[in-house]
Ligand binder design. Structure first.
Ligand code: SAH
Length: 370
């Protein structure tokens, strides 16, 4: 029988210190190992030269440092870099790095697939398999940081992390919180709190729980300014309607002076891009310190939605801006390698039968195949 050793990527600083204590080692030893892992991208205890030989041997015997395996990687013409990372035999997830002039953002996945079934999201068509471990989440950042030669406090190409890849991060709460702790730890990736953003489709009780557990930026996938339309696009809205969602957002910012919530709004032609809806959105945005990020819809095979016309996006934005609601339009990046928002698919062994159902609707012609 093979014994699986603990993977050190599964622990945050405190967890690692406790683990070291359990094998009779001092906390500073855990800190040293953490620096090797995250600042120098070393996974081989043999190379950790300031750790004594006896301890290196002890560590090799008891624990492991295993990053995710890269199945393939691809770079877009615009510099966007996508990794397909193998999580186990047949599951894989996607991680995307988006370089910009003043920052570099990594889009990280939290689950293999997703169970929320948002109508316009390609990950939803894949169904859901399982939560990622903390190691698999922080491992995505590690793979990208190593590729980019990131050295915290010196050279940082990776400056921001957004939990906006595959999955609903608040449904994998403990592992996501632990991984985000390593992202923000000086011995980890040393990112400032506000540079780590968790995006949620709106699980109200979990937003309150996050508010207690972690100090990160919060983004909420809104996509519609009234319950009727939002329930159609984001079925979770039936359980947590907009008023309750905004209540949780208000509580989140109330605890954090100067914080605001980013509301994501994917622009779909003829669905949610009418001026009247922009006016409704203005009213909602008055209730909480907020920014709106309009995302031009990214098409994928089998979707019945289309991207809004540029002019409609501009008009929508103008209505918000004229009402003093800070509103940006997300530039679509990496769409030549299917790395844009809502296009991440990975390889999911579906446990929800969602894939089969999606294919059936395609066959029955209920969906216009692209
Ligand atoms: N489950 C979380 C994390 C996913 S974030 C959440 O819902 O927030 C991915 C973001 O891209 C979300 O705002 C999502 O609604 C949006 N998105 C999904 N599919 C899209 C598509 N096809 N085009 C543009 N944006 C999309």
């Amino acid at each position: 029988m093979t014994v699986v050793k603990p993977n050190l990527f599964d622990y945050d600083r405190q967890g690692l210190r406790d683990l070291f204590a359990s094998i009779g080692e001092k906390p500073y030893r855990a800190d040293q190992v953490m620096k090797w892992m995250y600042h120098r991208h070393v996974t081989d205890f043999g190379q950790m030269t300031d750790v004594g030989k006896a301890l290196r041997e002890k560590l090799s015997a008891h624990v492991d440092i295993v990053p995710p395996k890269t199945v393939f990687e691809k770079q877009s013409a615009d510099g966007t870099h996508k990794w397909l990372l193998g999580m186990d035999g047949s599951n894989a997830i996607e991680t995307v790095f988006i370089p910009e002039t003043s920052r570099g953002t990594l889009c990280v996945s939290s689950q293999v697939g997703c169970g929320l079934n948002c109508q316009f999201c390609s990950t939803a068509t894949q169904g859901f398999n399982r939560n990622l471990s903390a190691a698999e989440i922080i491992g995505q950042v590690w793979v990208a940081a190593r590729h980019l030669g990131n050295v915290p406090h010196h050279q940082r190409k990776l400056t921001n992390v957004v939990m906006m890849g595959m999955g609903e991060p608040l449904l994998n709460f403990d592992n996501v919180v632990r991984a985000m702790s390593v992202m923000r730890d000086d011995l980890g990736f040393g990112l400032a709190n506000k540079r780590v953003t968790l995006s949620t489709a709106g699980l109200v009780p979990m937003i309150d729980k996050l508010s207690e557990a972690s100090d990160v930026s919060l983004a909420v996938s809104l996509h519609a300014p009234n319950d009727e339309l939002r329930t159609e696009l984001v079925p979770l809205n039936k359980k947590y309607p907009i008023a309750e969602l905004l209540g949780a957002c208000q509580r989140y910012v109330a605890k954090r002076p100067r914080a605001s919530i980013t509301f994501e709004y994917t622009m779909m032609k003829g669905i949610n891009d009418k001026p009247e809806l922009a006016r409704q959105l203005v009213k909602l945005m008055r209730k909480v310190p907020s920014k709106v990020n309009l995302i031009p819809f990214n098409p994928f095979t089998g979707t019945r939605f289309e991207r809004s016309e540029e002019e409609d996006i501009r008009n929508f934005q103008k209505i918000l801006l004229d009402a003093n609601v800070l509103t940006t339009v997300r530039r679509t990046r990496g769409d030549d390698i299917d790395a844009a928002c809502g296009q991440l698919k990975g390889q999911v062994v579906d446990r929800t039968r969602r894939q089969a159902e999606f294919r059936r609707t395609l066959d029955e012609g209920q969906v216009d195949a692209a």
